[in-house]
Design a protein around this ligand. Structure first.
Ligand SMILES: Nc1nc2c(c(=O)[nH]1)N[C@H]1C(S)=C(S)[C@@H](COP(=O)(O)O)O[C@H]1N2
Ligand SMILES: [Mo]
Length: 153
């Protein structure tokens, strides 16, 4: 990317940049994707409180982001730590590859602080709002993914 192109990225898109780290390299900007790349997903979540909630989101499939030529992921990675500011979950790579980083809910753009949101088949608390980083990890069979999490509960 030439320097003036980088400056042309609008602020809203810059705030949706997601850094890749660990056994992966690159930065992906969810706001800068083509409309046609957005996938619609409907999910329902069961909260620990017993409450059910859900919705229809549109977002960038994680698998599509990782397919980009400027992104490199080590095939040895077993888990992905999906992190926001002060909040993080750790899921198997397979779960992450089936997830989307949602930028819209019910046809409305998500507010910048809550965007993108990790929408996957996980429990409610693991639908991370305001994702900032995907850290690719290789965990051994005796390692507990929960030790890499920072949940508010
Ligand atoms: N970044 C971040 N994501 C988060 C949380 C949080 O505290 N921080 N709470 C989780 C929990 S416990 C639930 S139930 C849902 C609530 O989603 P909502 O705020 O859209 O209702 O977000 C999840 N994602
Ligand atoms: Mo929750």
């Amino acid at each position: 990317m030439r320097p003036h192109d980088r400056e042309a990225i609008p602020d809203a898109a810059a705030r949706t940049a997601v850094r890749l780290s660990g056994l992966a390299d690159g930065t992906v900007v969810c706001g800068a994707v083509d409309e046609s790349e957005l996938e619609r997903v409907e999910e329902e979540f069961l909260c620990a409180s017993g409450e059910r909630w859900g919705g229809a989101w549109r977002g960038v499939p994680v698998a599509a982001l990782l397919d980009r030529s400027d992104v490199d992921v080590d095939p040895e990675a077993t888990h992905v730590r999906v992190a926001a500011d002060g909040y993080a979950v750790c899921v198997p790579v397979r779960t992450a590859l089936d997830a989307v980083l949602a930028v819209e809910r019910a046809g409305e753009p998500l507010p910048p602080a809550r965007r993108p949101r990790f929408v996957a088949s996980v429990d409610a608390g693991r639908t991370v709002r305001g994702v900032r980083e995907l850290e690719f990890l290789r965990l051994g069979p005796d390692e507990d993914p929960q030790e890499h999490e920072e949940l508010g509960y």
